[in-house]
Design a protein around this ligand. Structure first.
Ligand code: SF4
Ligand code: SF4
Length: 303
């Protein structure tokens, strides 16, 4: 078994300081007790990672809401980034938090997956904050949901960002309207990989790294293979937690979210993203599709 494991942590936090109209966590506030529980779950996870020195770890925080406005998530990121057996600790964030704490982090291990929310933050403020981080040597990807009404602003953002930053677009799939060919062409000009995110990949019975070398942990320490299959496979407090990780076939019909399908073995995306897999930074900023992705894209066009 590979010595490196990826773990996606999603604790009990379900709140955000932003108010995106489509989001269930928008402007939701937690009670003091809910915050205490979230903090305790995160601390137990951090303590557990500290003790797992026999493995190399890549960690991605995928909160339901915004985690980095909470001091305990910022402190956890800093602490984990300095552990010699943690090669990457990344977090999905709207970047509304203070930025000062990042100076205490180990820049070799820490990374951010930053989302722009055009209705919640001006482009100028967002770009200035990204530039502060890149000047400070913080590793990050930046992106947004490809909502039609925001196309102009997304183009402005891409052009305003330092060119070395990888800019991703999440296809807007929830309204059920697919993009026109011209719209796809436009989006590919912003994110050369956007086409890979337009589809749900058939996954039933397919081999997947999720559950083998990648897994999720919640605030109770329960392990699942990924965020999209709800059955619990173990708990990190179990002595034999590693026995929960083994070769598995996907039990869902399709997989359509980036943090899921990057694990599908047939797509070969671990090579495309390499060391940047967790924070969504491809090795080459405009890579050709892997043979499996190319076949799938061709089939989609033909159908
Ligand atoms: S920033 Fe993200 S989590 Fe917060 S309200 Fe918007 S979509 Fe939801
Ligand atoms: S293909 Fe997607 S849904 Fe299936 S196991 Fe892998 S990550 Fe989970």
């Amino acid at each position: 078994m590979n010595n490196r494991l990826h773990v996606l942590f999603r604790g009990s936090l379900t709140s955000c300081n932003y108010g995106c109209h489509y989001c269930p966590f928008a402007l939701r506030r937690e009670t003091v007790e809910e915050q205490r529980q979230d903090r305790a779950g995160l601390q137990a996870f951090v303590d557990w990672i500290k003790a797992q020195e026999h493995r190399e770890w890549g960690i991605l925080f995928t909160p339901w809401g915004e985690a980095l406005v909470r001091s305990w998530y910022r402190e956890a990121m800093v602490e984990l980034s300095h552990l010699p057996h943690v090669s990457r600790v990344a977090c999905q964030t709207n970047l509304s938090c203070s930025l000062k704490w990042l100076r205490n982090a180990n820049r070799k291990a820490l990374a951010l997956w930053v989302s722009f929310h055009p209705t919640q933050c001006t482009l100028e403020r967002f770009v200035n904050r990204i530039k502060r981080l890149t000047d400070d040597g913080i590793r990050l990807s930046v992106g947004a949901v490809g909502i039609r009404e925001h196309f102009g602003l997304l183009e402005e953002l891409r052009n305003a960002l330092p060119s070395e930053i990888y800019f991703w677009i999440n296809a807007h799939k929830s309204d059920g309207q697919s993009y026109t060919e011209d719209e796809v062409k436009f989006l590919k000009g912003l994110d050369p990989l956007v086409e890979w995110n337009l589809h749900r990949y058939p996954s039933l019975g397919e081999g997947c790294h999720a559950g083998e070398t990648s897994f999720t942990v919640d605030g109770r320490g329960d392990m699942r293979r990924c965020h999209f299959i709800d059955s619990v496979v173990g708990n990190i407090a179990d002595k034999g937690w590693e026995a929960a990780l083994r070769e598995r076939k996907c039990s869902n019909d399709t997989c359509g979210c980036h943090i899921g399908y990057v694990n599908l073995k047939k797509l070969g995306l671990s090579r495309t993203y390499g060391e940047g897999l967790l924070e969504r930074i491809p090795v080459d900023r405009s890579p050709p599709p892997t043979p499996a992705v190319r076949k799938y894209l061709t089939r989609s066009k033909d159908s």
